[in-house]
Write a protein that binds this ligand. Structure first.
Ligand code: PMP
Ligand code: GLU
Length: 402
């Protein structure tokens, strides 16, 4: 094409994959706009609105004049609230100068990778992983190393697997628990076992993404940063998007060793500056006030999880685990690979997601984007009626595959 200038884009950019979650959400939106009755289970976004008391706090902050630039690492009011929250919920002891507030947890992760990784440094990504880890690591110049836990081990990685992947070039380990896309939760004992490997490598840093902390059906959340022998190697990442239904507010935060936080502040200072002022005041209020709306949402997710787990496991050839957190389920659908309905052949999880979107008008995301091409990710952050209808449509569409 004469006008195709894509070769002029940076090599870094050309090596970057578009976010599969956002791409699928966009596709679902486009089909909906064409008038199709699409059930979108593609985007990991609470269907609840931000609780009223948090919105009121933002309105008050606006009226009080919180409309200016903020310190790059966040308003002191919010960083103090984060310190208090970490102590209250996680037994984590951080000071306010060890906290950085960013435009979403996504930016925290980007800041960390840009601050820590040099060309050729390896970053171990516990797999299945959240889509963006892989490309952020690559963009920062690092080499992503996927270490995979299969469905038979509840998608979790063992210390032996970790040990055999670590080498002198390994600078970072990154994972989410509760996990996007599997919903799996590493137990305290499992994290302690992993820490025994990590403690042997003093220049290895753990990025512990705990953004689904409040959606944990297995009991009280455990933070790897509380493990004494590795606590100076851990950065704890969290954010307002999931637990408080504040995805559009773009507020995430992290805490860790001060020298790493100072580096992240420097990166963020050049890229975006401090996050929005009145939102930060509302987040400070959210973290230190009534947690009941968050608990009510978690109860609804648990009900939906049970429902979708039962409905999916009743479909022939669909294998599920029992996720203990977040709002995703990650069924293994590989028994359908190689089958076809008419002209449509399902060769892999990308085709599977495409087939379900086209035939059933249900949007889900291919597991390939999360490093597990036997699976697809389904977000059940939607109503029970929609979950029921979506599963029934999926079952009917799959019955046509031979
Ligand atoms: N980490 C994980 C595991 C996620 O699922 C998400 C979802 N968007 C994020 C980080 C980023 O969240 P946000 O940027 O909205 O804070
Ligand atoms: N984290 C969500 C997801 O996995 C939101 C989309 C995104 O930020 O990529 O669907």
């Amino acid at each position: 094409m004469a006008n195709d200038k894509s070769n002029y884009l940076s090599v870094k950019l050309r090596n970057m994959t578009e976010s599969a979650t956002l791409a699928m959400a966009q596709k679902a939106r486009a089909l909906k706009n064409e008038g199709h009755d699409v059930i979108a289970l593609s985007l990991g976004e609470p269907d609840f609105d931000t609780p009223e008391h948090i919105k009121d706090a933002a309105k008050k902050a606006l009226d009080e004049g919180f409309t200016k630039y903020t310190p790059v690492n966040g308003l002191p009011q919010l960083r103090n609230a984060i310190v208090e929250k970490f102590k209250r919920d996680n037994d984590l002891e951080y000071s306010a100068d060890q906290v950085v507030v960013s435009n979403g947890a996504k930016q925290c992760i980007a800041n960390l990778c840009l601050s820590l990784l040099d060309e050729g440094d390896e970053a171990i990504i516990l797999t299945p992983y959240w889509v963006s880890y892989f490309d952020i690591v690559k963009f920062a110049g690092g080499k992503p190393v996927a270490v995979k836990g299969g469905i038979e081990q509840d998608f979790k990685v063992t210390p032996e697997q970790l040990e055999s992947a670590v080498n002198d070039n390994t600078k970072m380990i990154i994972f989410s628990s509760p996990c996007n896309p599997t919903g799996s939760v590493y137990t305290k004992d499992e994290l302690i076992a992993l820490s025994k490997v990590i403690e042997k490598y003093e220049n290895l840093y753990v990025v512990s993404d705990e953004i689904y902390e409040y959606i944990n059906f297995s009991g009280k959340h455990f933070s790897i940063g509380t493990i004494e022998n590795i606590k100076d190697q851990v950065v704890t990442v969290n954010g307002m998007s999931k637990g408080f239904a504040m995805t559009g507010w773009r507020l995430g935060y992290m805490a860790g060793p001060k020298w790493i936080m100072d580096a992240c502040k420097k990166v963020q200072g050049q890229f975006t500056s401090g996050a929005n002022a009145f939102g930060q005041m509302a987040a400070a209020y959210a973290l230190t006030s009534d947690m009941r709306p968050t608990e009510v949402m978690a109860v609804a997710y648990l009900r939906r999880k049970k429902m979708i787990g039962e409905l999916l496991s009743a479909i022939p050839g669909v294998k599920v685990n029992d996720p203990q957190g977040a709002f995703y389920i990650f069924p293994d659908v590989s028994s359908y690979f190689g089958k076809a309905a008419g002209d449509f052949k399902v060769n892999d999880s990308n085709d599977f997601a495409e087939y379900i979107l086209t035939k059933a008008h249900v949007a889900l995301v291919s597991g390939a984007a999360f490093g597990e091409p036997n699976c697809v990710r389904i977000s059940y952050a939607t109503s029970e009626e929609k979950i029921q209808e979506a599963c029934s449509r999926i079952e009917k569409a799959l019955a046509l595959l031979n």
